[in-house]
Structure formats: C-alpha cells, structure tokens
Design a protein around this ligand. Structure first.
Ligand SMILES: *Cc1c(COP(=O)(O)O)cnc(C)c1O
Length: 497
C-alpha cells in the first residue's frame, strides 16, 4: 500500500499513480519497502533490462499483474532506445563508471520514466474503473515537455498537451516539441515566461468549470509531473541494473557497497536510488550534486533548507536550475520517522517563511546516507574537458556537475568504494556548452545545430539522428496564446483535432 506524506489515508499504487498528488497535498510513498535478497539481485546480472524491470516493478506495484507489467515494460523499452542495453554502464577509470540514461527518444533521463508512465496510467485507470480519456497537461521549460509528448504519443486512451514559454526555450527544444507527430498530442506556445505557463496550468487544474467541460467531453485531467509515484518507480530499476552490470563484469563482488553520484534538481532521481537502497541494494553513499543553485548542498551540510534571499542562477545545466525540490518531501517524511504532522509542518514553513530547519536527529540520519557538493560553471566545463582528454569520454553539462562533485568527494574522503556517476543527458543536447568546454573558440558564431556538427567532427562521436534530422522536420504545432487565455486555447484546439 501507499500512503501520503501528510496524512494517514492508504491507497493502492494504481490509485496513487492515477491521482498524482494526494488530496491532502502530500506525496505518495510506499508504506513498506520490498526486500530483495542478494541472490535475487545477483540473478539480475544475466537478464536483459526488461526482465530486470519486471523483477523490481512487480514488487513495488503489487496491484499490477506480471502480465500487465511485462507488456507495459515492453511497450516502454522495446523500441525507441538507441542502445539495446537501455541503461548501459560505461567504465571511465578504475573506480568510476557512468550510468547512461539518455538512450531514449529525447536524449535525456526523463525518458526512462516517461516512456513507461503512460502504460502505468492506463492500467491504473482500468483498475480503478476510470473510463474517461486521460488528458495530461504539462508546462515545460524545455525537456520534460518533449519527453511527455514522446511518451504519450498515440497511446490509446490518452491525450497530452504541452505549454511552453514562447521565447523561453532553445531553438532545438522548440523544434523537438513542435515537430511532434501523432493524433493525441498538442503543443501551445504561451506569450510569457515559464512561470506564466506553469501557473496557467495550475489554474486549469484547479478550475471546476474546466473540469466539467472536460467531463462532458469524456475526459479527465492528470499530471506527468515528477511528484507522481509512477514517474519515480521506473527510476528505481536502473540502480539495480547498474549494480547487476557491475557484478556481471566482475567489477564488484555480490554484496559489495557502491556509491552513486547523482546530478540533482527536483530530487526525483537520487530519491529513486535511496528507494533502491531501502529495498536491499548495497549502497554506500548517495552523493547529491548541485550546480550553482546549491540549496540542497547547503541543506545536507547544515540541515537548513533556505530559499529566502537566494538568487536564482540560470546555468548551462538548466534542468538543475531549481530551488524548490519537490521530491525532497518524501525524504523529509522518512527522516521524521514517517511523521505526517511533522512533515506537513515543515512544508508549511517552507511556503510561508521560505525556510525550515530539521532537528539534530534528522540531520544525523540524513548525513548517514547522503554526501553532497556543488560545481559552478567553470568547474563543470573544466570537468567536461578533463574527462574528454583523460578518459576519452564526452559528457553533458549535468553529468559533468556530478563528475566534478564526485572528484572532490573522493579527494576529501579517500572513499575506496566503486562510484557510479548517473549520466542524465546526451552531450548533443547541450552542444554549445560542451563544445566550448573541450576547447572550441568559435562557439558564439554558430547555432545549436552547427555546434553539434562540429562536436561530432572534433570528437569522432556520433551525432544522434534525432538532433541531426530536427531542422528538416515539418512543424505540426503553431498555436500561440496569451497567458490568461490558456484554457480557452485548449478548448479551441480540442474542437479542431
Ligand atoms: C531533470 C534532469 C535532472 C534532475 O533530475 P531530478 O530528478 O529533478 O533531480 C538532471 N539532469 C537532466 C539532464 C535532467 O533532465
């Protein structure tokens, strides 16, 4: 069963996935964790990714049948990934590995969850007698929008609409979205910034009038946001998978502890690693890596989460430019000893005072598992250069944050365990910054696509087809709306398609 971090109501996993957020405003967490004995983990070594996923997911989602999950997993990972291993583990040096999570259709780790979520949602709807079409609304600053569109593309019984800020995304990101095919996808530009798009979507979710219009049309709104347990649970799988690969290649003995260093924004990815640990994966340290927006580093070091007076930096690792890490609430709940009142109280403090502090016992529990660090722009660009020149490995800006933080962590602690860097995006998704990091001097004279061509020529790495083909694809979505007319725009659009 699942329960809310802010209340005592218990629901089945399928209900938690269908709802997204609990009615009391909390996030759904597993009431108890499955336990995977070492034999089971070792046995994963000889399985392909889909079978590994089935082993893990069936224990976290007990109200889904094996048959259902098997089909869903095959739908998610059977096609659309450019590497048959799905989440390959690459050795960088004697003690360090990169877990590449960007071989899906949009070249970032969001695909790992958003390829599976639509299937989990459809099954959840069926189990809970929901017959209406599931209508997913997303506000995006770039990456999540495209990953959601790809995930829901032509999935029967679903529809997906993405709002993006008209001038707030890169050319490549915009093209990725507006060239999306399929019969059930919608993309709308908003005259405003990301906050406008985000608050517009929140307003639509809160509107009874809009809900009743949708209901008349046989539709119900839902969210693909990372607070949905259905986005968290597919991420647990790849931590087990990485460990199984280390056993398979003889890099570790079964039972040996491994550290994971995770580039963190909303705290979803690293929390999935923690859930894997709690289900029996031998994890040493979870190293939380931040960019210049280092609110989490400060929190893990001091126990104070403080966003008052904190400037918001726009960095070259934009998917980590976040000050309110929404999934942290799930960890807070655990640190309180599963106390919903205490959790709700801390979250209230965060919204009213923009700050909270955990007590000494909670801080001790936090630091027993988590280490942390941050890398600024120069540190991450130096790290890209160093990994390229010393290890012949090309990494994106987000992965470089983790790599730089890990390097400092090892220097500081002398920790001799094996380390896995979670690699969250293809370097070609952030071509200009990566190209500049490896020493090109003419980046400012080129657009994103020219940078990617040059990156490929200079490094001999392969430019992914989805980037290469993007400028030639037909634009299929050209609707633009004012920020206070988003629901009208949606209703208009539903008439025509
Ligand atoms: C979303 C994202 C992250 C941050 O992941 P969280 O789960 O939000 O912590 C890191 N890197 C990339 C490339 C991302 O898209």
């Amino acid at each position: 069963m699942m329960r809310s971090t802010r209340g005592s109501e218990r629901v089945q996993p399928s209900q938690a996935i269908l709802r997204g957020l609990a009615p009391d405003g909390g996030l759904y967490v597993p009431e108890t964790f499955p336990e995977f004995p070492m034999e089971t983990i070792t046995a994963l070594a000889d399985m392909p990714y889909e079978s590994r996923a089935l082993q893990i997911l069936s224990r976290f989602l007990p109200d889904f049948t094996e048959e259902e999950l098997k089909e869903a997993i095959h739908g998610a990972y059977g096609t659309g990934f450019d590497d048959a291993r799905i989440a390959p583990l690459v050795k960088l040096d004697d003690a360090t590995y990169a877990l590449e999570l960007w071989h899906g259709p949009t070249l970032a780790f969001k695909d790992m969850a958003l390829q599976l979520l639509p299937y989990l949602l459809m099954l959840s709807a069926k189990k809970n007698g929901e017959k209406r079409e599931i209508f997913i609304l997303v506000a995006t600053s770039g990456d999540t929008g495209k990953a959601a569109l790809e995930g829901f593309l032509d999935v029967p019984g679903t529809r997906c609409a993405v709002f993006y800020p008209q001038d707030g995304v890169s050319r490549a990101q915009r093209l990725q979205m507006v060239t999306t095919g399929g019969r059930n996808t919608h993309v709308i530009a908003v005259r405003g910034n990301f906050d406008d798009a985000q608050s517009g979507v929140k307003q639509i979710f809160g509107s009874n009038e809009f809900a009743s219009v949708m209901n008349e049309q046989g539709r119900v709104l839902s969210s693909a946001n990372s607070i949905n347990f259905g986005r968290l649970v597919p991420q647990i799988v790849y931590y087990f998978s990485a460990y199984a690969d280390l056993i398979k290649t003889g890099q570790i003995q079964p039972g040996e502890e491994v550290n994971f260093c995770v580039p963190t924004g909303n705290f979803g990815d690293i929390l999935a690693a923690d859930y894997a640990r709690r289900a029996g994966l031998p994890v040493g340290r979870l190293i939380c890596a931040s960019n210049t927006n280092k609110v989490l580093t400060d929190f893990i070091e001091t126990g104070v989460y403080d966003i008052s007076n904190r400037p918001f930096y726009k960095t070259v690792a934009p998917s980590m430019d976040i000050l309110i890490s929404s999934n942290l609430e799930r960890l807070i709940f655990t640190l309180t000893g599963n106390d919903p009142l205490c959790t709700a109280d801390l979250m209230r403090q965060l919204s009213s005072e923009k700050r909270y502090q955990i007590d000494g016992e909670m801080l001790r529990r936090l630091q027993a598992v988590y280490a942390c660090g941050y890398a600024d722009e120069k540190a991450l660009e130096d790290e890209i250069s160093r990994r390229w020149h010393e290890n012949n490995y090309l990494m994106d800006t987000h992965t470089a944050v983790a790599s730089a933080v890990l390097r400092k962590y090892v220097e500081r602690t002398g920790d001799t365990r094996k380390h896995v860097i979670v690699s969250t995006a293809s370097p070609y998704k952030f071509g200009p910054a990566v190209l500049r990091s490896i020493g090109a001097l003419d980046v400012d004279t080129m657009d994103d696509f020219e940078c990617c061509v040059k990156l490929s020529a200079l490094t001999g790495t392969r430019e992914p087809d989805v980037i290469k083909n993007l400028p030639g694809l037909p634009v299929r979505h050209d609707m633009v709306c004012d920020r206070d007319k988003m629901s009208e725009a949606l209703i208009e659009m539903l008439k025509t398609r």
